[in-house]
Design a protein around this ligand. Structure first.
Ligand code: GRF
Length: 202
């Protein structure tokens, strides 16, 4: 049975969408844990309500020793030994050591049409730039922020009167479709990665 682990810093709506999808479709997968770098992340409560084991490595505690923080994270991930890691609103850049252990086995969701608007405040960046369309992207994690091979994307139109909050809601709704689907493709062995291209088999 495959094992999946989530990394979350925030409220966890994407985590919820993936767990609900996995359970509705009865995929043969163990949700082995949700790890957060924040003690007050809403995702932790959500995970508990789903009966998913929770782990917290509070970044605050390690502020002066980032390396130790990453080592703790790596140790925990090695112990949990997931086939797939999903970073769903995890707001830290992962170190090379962790990225290298999980090549093509770590999926991130980002609220823009990559490669545009990487990094923080991607929705605000898109509005400020004046693009007509933005959206969200799932991709494998590699070194370089928000830069790995793209799995799925979904488009959201920016209207003249779009605000950050209504665009955020529309993008979230799309994220909740493409992230569960990307995880499904991985769990059902339908994904093949060839350089930057992700091929999804029928
Ligand atoms: C999402 O918009 C995701 O794209 C970004 O962080 C947000 C997480 O939201 N990386 P949630 O915690 O899943 O509700």
């Amino acid at each position: 049975m495959k094992k999946i682990v989530f990394l979350c810093s925030g409220r966890g709506s994407n985590f919820r969408a993936v767990v609900e999808h996995i359970r509705a479709r009865k995929f043969d997968v163990e949700i082995a844990g949700l790890i957060s770098d924040k003690t007050d992340a809403g995702a932790l409560e959500l995970a508990k309500s789903f009966g998913v084991p929770t782990f917290t490595i509070p970044f605050e505690k390690y502020r002066q020793e980032k390396e130790k923080f990453h080592l703790e994270m790596e140790k925990l991930l090695v112990e949990l030994a997931p086939h797939l890691i999903v970073t769903a609103g995890y707001m830290r850049i992962l170190p090379t050591a962790i990225i290298n252990r999980f090549v093509n086995r770590m999926i991130n969701i980002h609220p823009s049409l990559l490669p545009s608007f990487k990094g923080l405040k991607a929705i605000e960046q898109a509005i400020d730039y004046g693009v007509r369309y933005t959206g969200c992207t799932t991709h494998f994690v590699e070194e370089g922020m928000d830069s790995g091979a793209i799995i799925l994307q979904s488009i959201v139109e920016i209207l003249p009167n779009s605000t950050v909050s209504d665009l955020t809601a529309k993008i979230h709704a799309e994220e909740h479709k493409i992230l569960p689907l990307s995880v499904e493709y991985f769990l059902t062995d339908r994904i093949e990665v060839s350089g930057r291209k992700v091929i999804i088999r029928e």
